[in-house]
Design a protein around this ligand. Structure first.
Ligand code: AMP
Length: 224
């Protein structure tokens, strides 16, 4: 299975990605995670990427596109992959489509998570990360997943915030990029929506305004 997942920052994209990965044994490739690992490891790539990520800008295409296309060639991707966070603009979308065509890879599903921009912003700013498992849902703005005081509601682990989650200017910038239908991430999603019709790929539009379980159930039903 080869799967693309789109969703604005704060839409639960990571959580849905983990569900897809449980159902299909795919390599879960998250561009943001790759960048953060490189920043943590102090690599050249990390140093270059950090200045853009801190401002909420996209890391330039000449760094990002080869990084992801190379990643797709790794052995663990032979069983299939779930690509999350890439493509993020129209140029990346076209380059990915070209690379898939050149290597005869087919897309099975494209998932577009739909969420109102204001709700997405609240979800980001309220998000808390559990030290034991980043997919444990904790958010101070939503009753259903409020942390237990300052501890993870699932396992009691300690909680932290991601620095780029607390910077409102950066969040607005990230959302400007996502919701841009001309050259931004929605342009990339719609590019694959058009392509899906021609290539027999299932394009799933997932309304993420409900709670995590409801959204996850809706997704599971469509992943057939
Ligand atoms: P994320 O964890 O997906 O929110 O990504 C964190 C940051 O990494 C983004 O705000 C961008 O600065 C950068 N990034 C992630 N994916 C891409 C991409 N496909 N193209 C350019 N920059 C990216």
């Amino acid at each position: 299975m080869n799967i693309l997942i789109f969703g604005p920052n704060g839409s639960g994209k990571g959580t849905m990605g983990a569900i897809v990965k449980d159902k299909f044994p795919t390599a879960h490739i998250e561009s943001g995670v790759i960048f953060r690992e490189n920043i943590k490891g102090g690599t050249d790539l990390g140093k270059k990427a950090k200045e853009f990520i801190d401002k909420g800008d996209l890391v330039p295409d000449d760094i990002t596109i080869p990084m992801i296309l190379d990643r797709l060639k790794k052995d663990d991707c032979k069983k299939g992959w779930l690509l999350d966070g890439f493509p993020r603009n129209d140029v990346q979308a076209k380059k990915l489509a070209e690379a898939l065509k050149a290597s005869n890879m087919k897309l099975d599903f494209v998932i577009e998570i739909l969420l109102d921009r204001d709700i997405a912003k609240k979800r980001i700013m309220g998000r808390r990360l559990c030290a034991n498992d980043n997919n444990h849902p904790n958010n101070i703005y939503f009753d259903a997943i409020k942390p237990n005081g300052d501890k993870c509601r699932v396992c009691g682990g300690s909680l932290s915030t991601r620095a780029d989650d607390q910077d409102e200017t950066a969040i607005n910038k990230r959302h400007d990029i996502y919701y841009d239908k001309n050259t931004g991430t929605l342009a990339a999603a719609y590019f694959f929506k058009d392509l899906s019709k021609k290539e027999g790929t299932k394009y799933i539009e997932l309304d993420a305004s409900a709670d995590v379980k409801t959204v996850a159930d809706a997704l599971m039903k469509q992943l057939v």
